[in-house]
Design a protein around this ligand. Structure first.
Ligand code: G16
Length: 560
């Protein structure tokens, strides 16, 4: 093994967003681009903690285009930077929740997850990379800020040639097994271990949930469909639903992963999971349960027969019914939700007399709360829910949680929601996304809203009166860190809210997200379509933001 130091020039655009660095594949293919970012991560780690003897790095990605090349480069850089071992998913693939589990189960120093999540793949699509800490969770802001600072001044990176004859030979990442390389100069060894992350993950799910109850449900004529969206969860779904829960193979669709996600957009929502939506909204012919997961397997969408469960409601339902699941049978310590997520979970927490935390958007903000044992369940409106079993959101976990609830309750998805709303009231909720807007136009919308911070309070808009407005700041109760500018909140006197945020995960132009929420206590209105129930809030949001005038966009790209 030979270690080389290669001189490089910094790039000025390597600032991690909501979840790691996401860019077009073409950007990542520039000479030195990936290497600079990975070296900046390693330099940050070496400076902060140093590498302990025998340090192991977990490594895997969602299998998108450019994954295999990046995996090879990172293995060679890990060797050169002093890691003793790399645990790599077979074929370089690990879902994000599986990677989090692998880091925790094998006590690795940390992990690199190659994913641009729900963003499109292929040569013209997106690629991404993020670092997860030894707790299995995404690096917090203080680490990602340091990585960015280092990326701006980097002058060289280290890379090893691993084959015995010093050629840059590709390592076999397709065969489960261990390869050991000797470093003649230091006398040390470097190990690459290819692992089957699917089995490790499926074992964990089997420990958490009542598989025999779910198996019975699936054998009882209950019909489900899982849409893998041509992404990473296909093999996991096959192992869990078909091999372990005996669901028919026909209950899986789009479950063979492809590098460009079959040309689709692997985002499990009502717009992009259209194949599944057609099946689940087919009137009498619709199945009992439908679910989809995203590019890297951390998001989920839950559908009943002709019925959509908002992610905010899903979190609340899981919290309210947690004791039906073996892993949570003794109750949950607390819940946390991102700020734009509806307050439905807050109502459950209040009734259960457990704390509910409000954090900025981004799973990284939940890690401290889970590590400190303050919360068990976390969720975000962006189709993410999970628990402290890992430190990432977990798509299949949420699907199994729902199946476990349905198996125990013996009612339909819609009946579960109707009963939930009857007990807690309904936080009617919707998100409107305006994608790929020129950055200047998007910024002018945000500036325009902020300019009204002093004039908006007490203003009346139809039936609604503004109580306060601000740009959300989070004070982490565990480490005391402060995160400012996390989204504009306009709060109304009756508890309704409008939130405006710019997405931190896009790679083209800007995406404006408008989050709308109104509380409806009256059972006779609970069946209403959210767009109908929120019609007035939608008008108010457009009037305050002047979004149509400033962007020339007359309708959202995606409504969830
Ligand atoms: C990422 C983060 C989530 C966040 C989401 C939305 O999800 O992991 O915590 O809620 O982005 O971010 P934004 O609104 O900034 O686009 P994923 O699934 O893309 O990793």
């Amino acid at each position: 093994m030979h270690i080389q130091t290669i001189n490089t020039q910094p790039f000025n655009d390597q600032k991690p967003g909501t979840s790691g660095l996401r860019k077009k594949v073409k950007v990542f293919q520039q000479t030195g681009y990936l290497e600079n970012f990975v070296q900046s991560i390693f330099d940050t780690l070496l400076e902060k903690e140093g590498l302990p003897a025998g340090a192991t790095l977990a490594l895997g990605g969602d299998g998108r285009y450019h994954n295999r090349e990046a995996i090879q480069t990172i293995i060679q850089m890990a060797a050169a930077n002093g890691f003793a071992r790399v645990l790599v998913g077979q074929a370089g693939i690990m879902s994000t929740p599986a990677a989090s589990h692998i880091i925790r189960k094998y006590h690795t120093f940390g992990g690199l997850v190659l994913s641009a999540s729900h963003n499109q793949g292929g040569p013209q699509g997106d690629f991404g990379i993020k670092y997860n800490m030894s707790n299995g969770g995404p690096a917090p802001e203080k680490i990602t800020d340091t990585i960015f600072e280092k990326s701006k001044v980097i002058a060289s990176y280290k890379i090893a040639t691993l084959s015995k004859d010093a050629d840059l030979a590709d390592i076999d990442i397709d065969t489960i097994g261990i390869t050991v390389f000797d470093d003649a100069s230091s006398g040390k060894q470097f190990t690459v271990q290819v692992i089957d992350a699917v089995h490790d993950y499926a074992d964990l799910m089997q420990e958490l949930f009542d598989f025999s109850a779910i198996k019975k449900l699936l054998a009882s004529g209950f019909k489900m469909q899982f849409d893998g969206m041509h992404a990473v969860t296909g093999p996991y779904a096959q192992e869990i639903f078909v091999n372990r829960l005996s669901a028919p193979a026909s209950s899986l669709m789009n479950c063979v992963p492809s590098e460009d996600f079959g040309g689709g957009h692997p985002d499990p929502n009502l717009t992009y999971a259209e194949d599944l939506v057609k099946i689940m909204f087919a009137g009498e012919k619709a199945l009992d349960f439908g679910a989809a997961s995203d590019g890297d397997g951390d998001r989920n969408m839950i559908l009943g027969k002709n019925f959509f469960v908002t992610p905010s409601d899903s979190l609340a339902v899981l919290a309210a019914n947690a004791t039906l699941v073996p892993a949570y049978k003794n109750g949950i310590a607390g819940v946390a939700r991102s700020m734009p997520t509806s307050g439905a979970a807050d109502r459950v927490a209040a009734k259960l007399n457990i704390p509910c935390y409000e954090t900025p958007t981004g799973w990284k903000f939940f890690g401290n709360l889970m590590d400190a044992g303050k919360v068990t369940l976390c969720g975000e409106e962006s189709f993410g829910t999970s628990s402290s079993h890992v430190r990432e959101k977990d798509g299949l976990w949420a699907v199994l949680f729902w199946l476990n609830i349905l198996a125990k309750k013996g009612t339909s998805v819609e009946q579960v929601l109707m009963a939930h709303w009857a007990e807690f009231g309904r936080n009617v909720y919707s998100r409107h996304d305006y994608e790929n807007i020129p950055t200047d136009a998007a910024n002018s919308v945000i500036t325009h809203i902020k300019a009204q911070f002093t004039s908006l309070p007490k203003q009346k808009f139809g039936a609604y009166t503004v109580k306060t407005c601000d740009d959300f700041s989070y004070h982490d109760p565990i480490d005391g860190s402060i995160s400012n500018n996390q989204g504009i909140r306009i709060l109304f006197t009756d508890g309704s809210r409008i939130v405006f945020r710019l997405s931190g995960t896009g790679t083209e132009g800007a995406t404006i997200r408008i989050y709308l929420e109104a509380f409806e206590p009256d059972t006779k209105n609970h069946h209403l379509d959210a767009q109908v129930a929120l019609a007035e809030m939608i008008k108010i949001a457009l009037s305050i933001s002047q979004l149509v005038e400033k962007t020339g966009r007359f309708a959202p790209t995606v409504i969830t």
